[in-house]
Design a protein around this ligand. Structure first.
Ligand code: NAD
Length: 306
């Protein structure tokens, strides 16, 4: 299978290396010349625990040189999706399928609008990865890649092909009947952990040790749960308990929003707490905690820029 991955950062490089090792013809696409040059010249080093492994990969800043592909996997940050999808027509043939495993809401809707729902598959990844320097990433943890179709008109052979591809690539696939529910389930956890740890500069586990932060976590997740239920998204019961469990399991980790904010980078707040607030106001549901967290992240982002 010929694959193009949009975004050769932490996750794009990881998935690209694993898929390539399984025999797929993978192209990593990025706008960051230093990363592309390092990947082509030296390969990708993946650190995991005390192990280091070098993967041979192909990377480019020029989409045009690749030609049509069978799968386009999107792994840019959510606020980069629109730009990354610009000018991708040279990559597309009649049967090209699209997949997003990005965090937050709005990504698969964007793809479906552009390329049609039946060509789009979406879900979540519980792998964790950090980019250490160009050409080098660290796997923080392995998990499942859970995905499914975005409507009932998809080609079953596409989903089967994706499952086998991911299974052979050690990406631990699991299929879901409803990709949107899967995305919301992960969103609820991110709503409770990411912004709070970023604003207060603490690792995930600290949220459970501080009464004020714990109460904000509970309120943020409950607001998001109420929005999801009002929108008839059939999420599992008790997302607050699930979020606390994940904060405990990942206690020593710093969330991706924490890392982005403290490195002076833009965050995915608009697709996480910001999206909950936006959807809430569309259906007349007040979400004061999510609104406040969104504004605080935006304020700190601005301050860090100066
Ligand atoms: P990242 O910032 O490491 O990588 C994004 C890459 O996209 C960067 O290398 C950037 O240069 C590139 N890019 C930006 N604009 C582009 C464009 N127009 N065209 C091509 N490339 C472009 O981000 P990441 O950590 O790999 O995360 C990617 C997505 O996966 C996010 O939505 C994130 O929430 C999600 N995710 C991350 C993890 C994780 O552990 N890192 C886990 C699960 C999900």
């Amino acid at each position: 299978m010929k694959i193009a991955i949009l975004g050769a950062g932490a996750m794009g490089s990881l998935y690209g290396a694993f898929l390539g090792e399984n025999g797929a013809d993978v192209w990593l696409i990025d706008i960051w010349p230093e990363q592309v040059e390092r990947l082509n010249k030296q390969g990708l080093v993946i650190e995991e625990g005390s192990n280091h492994k070098l993967y041979k990969v192909k990377a480019t800043t020029e989409k045009e040189q690749i030609g049509p592909v069978d799968l386009i996997l999107i792994f840019v940050k959510t606020y980069q999706t629109t730009e990354a999808l610009r000018d991708i027509s040279p990559l597309i043939h009649k049967q090209t399928i699209f997949m997003t495993l990005q965090n937050g809401l709005g990504n698969h809707e964007l793809l479906a609008q552009r390329f049609g729902k039946s060509a789009v598959f979406a879900g979540t990844s519980s792998f964790g990865a950090t980019l250490i320097e160009p050409g080098r990433i660290r796997i923080a943890g392995r998990g499942e890649t859970v995905f499914g179709a975005c409507n009932n008109n998809y080609r079953k052979e596409d989903l089967d092909k994706l499952f086998l591809l991911f299974e052979g690539s050690q990406l631990n696939p699991r299929l879901t009947e409803d990709a949107l529910v899967q995305i919301w389930e992960k969103l609820l956890v991110n709503v409770g952990i990411n912004a709070l740890t970023a604003i207060t500069n603490v690792p995930n586990g600290y949220l459970l040790k501080n009464d004020a932060l714990l109460s904000l976590l509970e309120e943020a997740v409950t607001e998001a749960e109420t929005v999801a239920r009002k929108l008839k998204v059939t999420i599992a019961p008790n997302p607050v308990e699930k979020t606390k469990k994940i904060a405990l399991l990942t206690g020593q980790n710093f969330s991706s929003m924490h890392q982005d904010l403290h490195k002076g980078r833009q965050t995915e707040i608009d697709a996480i707490n910001g999206k909950v607030a936006e959807l809430g106001s569309e259906i007349d549901l007040n979400t004061p905690v999510n609104k406040t967290l969104t504004l605080l992240i935006k304020a700190i982002t601005e301050i860090k820029k100066k």
